[in-house]
Design a protein around this ligand. Structure first.
Ligand code: SF4
Length: 470
């Protein structure tokens, strides 16, 4: 049986300023690698190619160099974000032009779910849209011709799946140029904590992978990278192990003499400091903390918590515990509808008081990802807060909606605050240390980074303040 090719769409533009550093991002699309891994375990040869910031033409050539010449199997194309839609459109057009018989299946649950007709309008070459998580069905979808599809009123075919997370590894040997990437391990799916801005707010949290399997996975990666250094991202939207899980991980990690370091994303109020200490001894080195805000009114508004006082107290305890355990904390800050100078300054003041506990910050305003026909009801929800649609950035594709957050805080004012916060709390070295832990390519070092800063400064007259804010 011939090889199944899977392509993770790249981007022509992105959320923040597109520059040399945003284009360096080299982050594994672990969702599509999961599908390839499931195929591989069923005895089907598979290969994943990631578009990143390369052009669709370049990726078509890359596929050809890997042996692709049109396939009897569907070509699986993942669209992980609305920013990737124009790329996928062009890529699919090129494929159909050069290989007219090639079937193209489009997936990427955050974009395609409930938008089958819209995605088929954007990508007319789509033969099938796969909604949801299709791990349990991918073998059948790629190898048989009698799948049970549904059809929209407009005649577009789609398949809806809701698969459980498989208890197996992501196979990095199936990822083209895998050695450029730091790997990810998928440890849980979903969250269900109800934050109003988050797509996972109402999707239940699955149990964590067993610690023994996680350690086995790290051992496999150690072999794959031939004992060279690599960092691992433990993928879970809300990583919240209990003490027992952490203890078991620690024991297995020690028993197997592992020394690999890893990163994860956590809430401030779901991990106890003792657990954090055990995780640190098991390789945890960076946490992405979804603080979002330190304004009590904004925290309530975004449904991050019902008890902002307790939430902020726990955030403080968490940051102190992390710092004591040698874990670097990067905080995510989100400006949300209803924001005022007062609420933003409450957040800034809270952060300033904890400057020594914070390695870096990622700050930005809420973006509403929705298509033209559905954006009005989404905006109306915030009307009483003075929220309105902002002028889009020139490269923004349809579906990306930037906001004036209130009568007081326009999109531009929020951008300025975001950039000020990043610069206030993060040096270029902090920024590099955080980005090189799972986001920059493995071979990109600090001197390369400094050379790129100099080059960007001299050619674009950008200050580091502008460069860092990506
Ligand atoms: S805790 Fe994080 S993942 Fe969960 S709903 Fe809130 S923002 Fe989303």
């Amino acid at each position: 049986m011939s090889k199944v090719f899977l392509v993770a769409s790249g981007m022509l533009s992105c959320k923040k300023k597109t520059n040399v550093f945003s284009k360096k991002q080299c982050y594994v699309n672990y969702g599509i690698l999961r599908l390839a891994s499931v195929l591989y375990e069923s005895g089907i040869d598979a290969m994943v190619v990631q578009g990143l910031f390369r052009s669709p033409t370049e990726i078509v050539s890359r596929l050809v160099s890997l042996g692709y010449s049109g396939s009897e199997h569907p070509l699986l194309v993942s669209v992980p974000t609305f920013f990737a839609v124009p790329w996928a459109t062009e890529f699919s057009r090129l494929i159909r032009q050069q290989y007219p018989d090639q079937q193209i299946f489009i997936g990427g649950q955050w974009v395609v779910n409930n938008r089958v007709d819209w995605i088929c309008e954007k990508i007319p070459e789509a033969d099938l849209v796969i909604c949801g998580t299709s791990d349990d069905h991918i073998v059948e979808l790629t190898t048989t011709h009698n799948n049970k599809f549904q059809t929209t009123y407009k005649g577009n075919k789609y398949f809806v799946a809701n698969s459980k997370m498989p208890k197996s590894f992501l196979r990095y040997e199936l990822l083209d140029e895998a050695h450029r990437f730091h790997p990810s391990i998928e440890v849980s799916r979903g969250c269900g904590r109800g934050c109003s801005f988050c797509i996972e707010g109402n999707i239940g949290l699955t149990p964590l992978q067993e610690p023994s399997l996680v350690v086995e996975n790290l051992e496999y990666l150690r072999g794959f990278y031939n004992h060279d250094s690599f960092y691992t991202y433990f993928q879970a939207s809300n990583f919240c192990p209990n003490q027992e899980w952490a203890l078991q991980l620690y024991r297995e990690y020690e028993k197997n003499h592992l020394d690999s370091l890893w990163r994860c994303e956590i809430r401030v109020d779901t991990i106890n400091p003792k657990t954090l200490n055990l995780l640190a001894k098991s390789g945890l080195r960076v946490i992405d903390v979804g603080l979002e805000s330190a304004s009590k009114s904004q925290l309530k508004r975004m449904k991050k918590t019902k008890d902002p006082d307790l939430y902020l107290k726990k955030a403080d305890i968490l940051l102190r515990a992390a710092s004591k355990s040698g874990i670097l904390a990067k905080l995510n800050i989100m400006f949300y509808p209803g924001e005022t100078h007062k609420t933003i300054n409450e957040t800034i003041s809270w952060l300033r008081h904890r400057e020594e506990l914070i390695q870096g910050v990622s700050a930005g305003s809420l973006i509403l990802f929705e298509t033209k026909d559905k954006i009005k009801p989404a905006i109306d929800e915030f009307e009483s807060l003075g929220t309105s649609l902002a002028k889009p950035n020139p490269d923004d594709p349809e579906g990306v909606n930037r906001l004036n957050l209130s009568n007081e805080i326009s999109f531009d004012v929020a951008e300025k605050y975001s950039s000020d916060i990043c610069n206030m709390l993060m040096s270029d070295k902090d920024y590099f240390d955080l980005k090189s832990f799972c986001y920059f390519p493995r071979n990109y070092n600090y001197s390369d980074f400094q050379a790129d800063i100099e080059e960007t400064r001299s050619t674009n007259a950008l200050d580091f303040e502008e460069i860092i804010y990506i």
